[in-house]
Design a protein around this ligand. Structure first.
Ligand code: DQA
Length: 144
């Protein structure tokens, strides 16, 4: 089984960026820990981050026939990107949405969410632990 963990804009600055909201784990460490977690579970995990909406759409499209499941934190594009929603729907790969914070309890504009409509589960407000929970949810979904 191959899973892909996609991160949107500014998540490459994890550890530096607003640590009171997003925590102190840096992006590189998160990726290393996710890959190691996948190995423990017998799952190949690929990680990808981009600050550009079109790159993320291209990446989602490229997963067709290549990846069994997607963990996605679209970051700010959560609240704006019909293109990412459409790309996820187009490839039809099971997806779990992750947010480190809980956008629904923050500013009003963060309550708008397009990408959620293409995800079978949302994990929010659990810090970076949410990514590992999302991997578990995908493995459950794909094996039961
Ligand atoms: C985020 C929440 C978004 O509102 C924000 O734009 C992000 C990160 C989160 O992980 O909590 O960049 O997706």
């Amino acid at each position: 089984m191959k899973l892909t963990v996609l991160n949107g804009p500014n998540l490459n600055l994890l550890g530096i960026r607003e640590p009171d909201i997003y925590g102190k784990t840096d992006y590189k460490t998160l990726c290393e820990e996710l890959i190691a977690y996948g190995k423990e579970k017998g799952v190949e995990i690929e990680t990808y981050q981009s600050n550009h909406e079109g790159d993320l759409v291209d990446k989602i499209q490229s997963l067709y026939g290549e990846s069994d499941g997607v963990v996605i934190n679209p970051a700010a594009f959560t609240h704006t990107s019909v293109a990412m929603l459409d790309a996820l729907k187009a490839v039809g790969i099971p997806a779990v949405e992750v947010h480190i914070s809980d956008p629904d309890t923050r500013e009003e504009f963060r309550k708008i969410n397009y990408v959620r409509l293409a995800c079978f589960k949302t994990i929010k407000g659990h810090g970076v632990k949410g990514y590992f929970e999302a991997v578990d949810a995908l493995i459950d979904h794909l094996t039961t």
